[in-house]
Design a protein around this ligand. Structure first.
Ligand SMILES: *Cc1c(COP(=O)(O)O)cnc(C)c1O
Length: 404
């Protein structure tokens, strides 16, 4: 790795470095699989037939384009900039994650791999992968920590309804990072017929670039819709950041638009000054996690720390390397929103607009509301509403002491 390389564009170098971040820190045995994937992605991304098929699937299966919605009552309530929402919650299966699995599963199909595997924490990526696998008649195995299997029983059952096999991981803390290790082990062993579908813009090269490219449909659409419907670009973009795929998907097509400010919102949990949060960019430092160099949360002994967030989808101790680079470059700003602020925003959007946001997305809503109130009425904020909150109804009820 060459830390001297100064990036001038928003593309990584040949080995996937965004400045000093990214790369591929994996065992020798995985290098071959990653190289094969990189070559396949370079080939198919330039193939007209592949891209036409992808566009059709995004339109007729996912339901794209998703609209941009003017949240008028919320705007009046905040008393500042106009608040617009990019409605990724209206996609098939309820979030942006399917933009990526439609792409990766299709790539697997073109590479002749009949078996797809995935890791999942809260279960949302597992659901998105098994959904597309069912349609493409692919064998699908999802690795999930035993602890998460109990916490997310509904998503586990949903994956099984799609014909996927959910494998319980009982090593380590029995959560996402252990599921990830198991999935890697499976991939090394079965690389000839197996494709590993990663759920966010993290992991070794080429995953951060490939997953970004699949999710960038969000920003490409939004940019076009803004120009067509509002005849201007927004003054600011806001998106929540777990691994960072919905945020980079919105941000990326706007990176060259220097007047468009970008805010990534991390989970501040019980507060950035406590140890119970998941804000790698706001409170972490650079290191190596899951095959790439990026900001992460660890303790003084270098052990990855246990994270906390009311939203399971933001509960990750690392972040995609491109965000680390955008932070250091100063092109994007990263902030934290607490559990409490998130819940208030969830209720505000529900009552004022009749839209129940996913708890992840409610982080972006909370910060967007704060930002709007500090901006002028002739300015515009575009918030990525990454998913719908149906999956969080039980969590919300439990917070109010109700058991559904
Ligand atoms: C998984 C998830 C996220 C977090 O993942 P990113 O890769 O950071 O986008 C955000 N919102 C929703 C609705 C999710 O399901």
């Amino acid at each position: 790795m060459n830390a001297q390389v100064q990036q001038t564009s928003d593309q990584p170098d040949e080995s996937g470095h965004f400045g000093e971040y990214g790369g591929s820190f994996v065992s020798e045995t995985l290098m071959h699989a990653l190289e094969e994937l990189r070559e396949a992605w370079l080939r198919w991304r330039n193939d007209d037939e592949f891209m036409a098929r992808l566009d059709r699937d995004l339109a007729y299966y996912v339901g794209r384009p998703s609209p941009i919605y003017y949240a008028e009552r919320l705007t009046q309530h905040c008393g500042g900039a106009r608040i617009l929402l990019k409605r990724e919650d209206l996609n098939h299966t309820g979030a942006h994650k399917i933009n990526n699995t439609v792409g990766q599963n299709l790539l697997a199909w073109h590479m002749g791999k009949q078996r797809v595997i995935a890791e999942t924490g809260a279960g949302q990526h597992g659901v998105a992968t098994s959904t597309v696998a069912a349609r493409l008649n692919q064998q699908c195995v999802v690795y999930m920590g035993e602890t998460d299997i109990h916490r997310q029983a509904i998503n586990v059952f949903r994956m099984r309804l799609m014909g996927a096999e959910v494998r319980s991981v009982t090593s380590g803390s029995k959560t996402l990072k252990d599921a990830l290790n198991e999935a890697m082990r499976d991939w090394v062993t079965n690389v000839d017929d197996t494709f590993y579908v990663i759920g966010t813009v993290a992991g070794p090269h080429p995953y951060p670039v490939m997953v970004r490219d699949f999710n960038a449909i969000v920003g490409r659409e939004a940019r076009k819709q803004m120009l067509e419907q509002y005849e201007e670009l927004p003054d600011a973009l806001v998106a929540c950041v777990g691994g960072g795929s919905n945020a980079i998907g919105l941000f990326h097509p706007f990176i060259g638009d220097r007047d468009v400010a970008m805010y990534g919102v991390e989970a501040a949990g019980r507060g950035l000054n406590t140890e119970e949060h998941a804000a790698s960019l706001c409170a972490g430092k650079p290191g190596v996690l899951h095959g790439c160099r990026t900001y992460l949360l660890d303790d003084q002994a270098g052990q990855i720390t246990h994270t906390h967030s009311v939203s399971a989808g933001l509960d990750y101790p690392g972040v995609g390397p491109e965000h680390s680079w955008l932070k250091d470059e100063g092109r994007a700003t990263y902030v934290g929103v607490t559990d409490e602020e998130t819940l208030a925003a969830t209720h505000a959007l529900s009552r004022m607009e009749g839209i129940l946001p996913a708890l992840e997305s409610a982080h972006a809503i909370a910060y967007g509301m704060k930002l709007a109130s500090e901006m002028r009425a002739d300015q515009t904020i575009l918030i990525n509403l990454s998913g719908r909150g149906d999956k969080d109804v039980q969590t919300l009820a439990a917070i109010e002491g109700l058991e559904l």
